[in-house]
Write a protein that binds this ligand. Structure first.
Ligand SMILES: [Zn+2]
Length: 300
């Protein structure tokens, strides 16, 4: 372990104007050698971090310059952010290194145990993460469809969002077929054909087609019960599929509810989106979770 390295750093990711330079050096990668190497050298105005490489070994330093005004200024101060024995270097042309969640995912998958991971990624851009510890968000959904919609939307948002802290999704997906199996029936009613639910050996009808009433079991949500009551004047035997009605858990939770039609709802650091949430709403929800659970995080 190198002297001068702050151990408690978590999820440090240089942001949009990340100012990360890469330098090949001949000197050893300890802090005093790096200080000797860089002090007095000119660095570009935006450079705040230098990934120093000696052969296959990599260290990361933060540098301060005499001034940030001119195009180049001499480096005055060198701080070791990650020592060579704790720093991995990955070449992953598929990873957008401006996206903290993508950096964290690559780091944990390909350099598990490394405290700092430098990624040479998409467009050959180089960025790094120190102390990858993504916020783990449980996503409660039902399937089909496959992939489950809310989980897929959240993944897609995280793939392109540069402003959220490193976030990892933990799927908690219940299959409609498993829910239905708890209440075996020869006749099921589901909200629409889009639910993709059609168990063998049973007849399945679709509520949105307003079929003639039968003694079916409704595999749906509270809203479907309400629609059924509107159509047929009564509530049927049913299995509630709404992810929001599952037993409470602690921690960051993203889920959806059939009864929510407008905006997202944040309660105790958990977020519910409307059943038909847009990508923008899912982005809002992830931002609300980050605000609740990682309020201090910001790009470095
Ligand atoms: Zn609901």
């Amino acid at each position: 372990m190198a002297a001068g390295v702050t151990r408690s750093v978590r999820n440090l990711v240089p942001g949009k104007y990340r100012g990360v330079a890469v330098a090949q050096v001949d000197s050893p990668l300890d802090v005093s050698s790096l200080a000797r190497h860089f002090r007095g050298r000119e660095a570009y105005r935006r450079t705040r971090f230098i990934v120093a490489r000696n052969g296959e070994r990599t260290a990361i330093v933060r540098v301060r310059k005499q001034s940030d005004e001119p195009l180049f200024a001499p480096i005055t101060d060198v701080e070791l952010i990650a020592a060579a024995d704790e720093c991995a270097y990955l070449h992953r042309p598929d990873v957008d290194t401006g996206v903290p969640s993508a950096l964290a995912a690559a780091a944990l998958a390909q350099a598990p145990g490394a405290r700092a991971v430098v990624v040479q990624g998409r467009y050959e851009h180089v960025n790094f993460i120190v102390g990858p510890a993504p916020l783990r968000v449980t996503v409660r959904e039902v399937a089909p469809p496959q992939p489950p919609k809310l989980l897929d939307q959240a993944r897609r948002v995280l793939q392109v969002t540069e402003t959220l802290p490193p976030t990892e999704l933990v799927p908690d997906v219940v299959r409609l077929a498993d829910l239905a199996a708890r209440r075996p029936s020869g006749r099921y009613l589901v909200p629409c054909r889009g639910s993709g639910f059609d168990p063998p050996g049973a007849r399945t009808s679709y509520l949105d087609e307003r079929p003639p009433r039968e003694p079916w079991t409704l595999v749906g949500c509270e809203r479907s019960q309400q629609i059924h009551e509107w159509f047929y004047g009564e509530r049927p035997d049913g299995i509630d599929i709404c992810p929001r009605t599952r037993p409470a858990i602690d921690g960051p939770l993203l889920t959806k509810c059939c009864l929510f039609e407008q905006g997202i709802v944040v309660e105790s650091g958990q977020v519910t989106v409307p059943w038909g949430a847009s990508l923008a709403q899912v982005g809002e929800a992830l931002a609300a979770l980050a605000e609740a659970w990682e309020p201090a995080w910001a790009p470095a």
